[in-house]
Design a protein around this ligand. Structure first.
Ligand code: AMP
Length: 287
């Protein structure tokens, strides 16, 4: 495994099919599953590691974002990463940079409505990674459901020759979606946080029983977790993350919850094949 800081060095190390896994570090089993998927599909696995200030709307959130380079490098090595691209700020955003990428509509609702500027930051850094590293494949988690729609849309609209691959959401054995921010939850917070996955699973049960109405599903999440203060609960299309009233195409049900100073998001996916709806709740780690 080689660790490099420049786009050029990372690009020059790519041989055969290059698979990119963008991360902000603080790796956990969710990231590892993306790396494993990349390892299966690519000859060269490149993992980027960059805490992107443009996508944080709050300086204190950025300042306390967990960072542990040595731990990340060990896990990346064990997962079979070939190249770690860990750029300094000046490599990613040289003085005088001005360009921003906006994915109108896809970035407007849910996370976009509650975190102004967030998706502009995500879209800008992902565009730079795709343009600067030129991977054939890029892997993103279904954990960040709307982000996956934003990234897929920008790659298509900007004619970037990459295949975006959405990977299954990985959960703790109790159902909580793995997140770098979970370290900030105490025991009490964790109990409240479980209302997020619990509510989404209750709605997923209804879908398996044949319910297709967004209103009923959104109501079920709130009914199943009455103590949870959701920022939003929304059924949206996978293609463009647009709110929808019914599962008549591939969709996801996404929700955000604030637990003290920690903000958590989660989603369950509804895939549609030949008119049949298949529920993807993600995969739970074993105890
Ligand atoms: P982050 O480091 O949080 O920016 O995440 C990097 C990538 O890992 C993104 O594509 C996320 O969607 C993905 N990811 C984060 N948590 C999970 C999880 N629990 N399961 C699957 N993918 C995840």
């Amino acid at each position: 495994m080689v660790v490099v800081e420049s786009f050029r060095a990372a690009r020059n190390l790519g041989e055969g099919v290059v698979g990119l896994v963008p991360t902000m570090g603080s790796l956990h089993a969710g990231h590892i599953s993306l790396l494993e998927e990349a390892r299966r599909g690519a000859d060269t696995v490149v993992m980027s590691l960059f805490v992107n200030p443009l996508q944080f709307e709050d300086d204190s959130d950025l300042a306390r974002y967990p960072r542990d380079l040595q731990h990340d490098l060990t896990l990346a090595y064990e997962a079979g990463v070939d190249v770690v691209f860990a750029p300094a700020m000046e490599e990613m955003y040289p003085p005088g940079h001005r360009t921003r990428v906006n994915v109108h509509g896809t970035a407007d609702h849910m996370e976009g409505a509650h975190r102004p500027g967030h998706f502009e930051g995500v879209a800008t850094v992902v565009t730079k990674l795709l343009a600067g590293l030129r991977p054939n494949l890029a892997f993103f988690g279904r954990k960040d459901a709307q982000q996956l729609s934003v990234v897929t849309r920008l790659a298509s609209d900007l004619s970037i020759p990459v295949e975006i691959i959405g990977c299954q959401l990985i959960r703790e054995p109790d159902g909580l979606a793995l997140s770098s921010r979970n370290v900030f939850l105490d025991d009490e917070g964790r109990k409240i946080a479980l209302g997020l996955s619990g509510g989404l699973f209750a709605a997923a049960d209804l879908v398996e029983e044949g319910v297709r109405s967004g209103g009923i599903l959104e109501g079920e999440v709130r009914r199943a977790s009455p103590e949870a203060q959701f920022e939003y609960v929304r059924l949206a299309t996978q293609e463009d993350a647009l709110p929808t009233e019914e599962i008549s195409e591939p969709c996801f049900l996404a929700a955000a919850l604030r637990v003290g100073s920690v903000r958590l998001i989660d989603a369950v996916f509804f895939d549609v094949t030949d008119g049949d709806v298949h529920v993807d709740r993600g995969r739970r780690l074993e105890t």
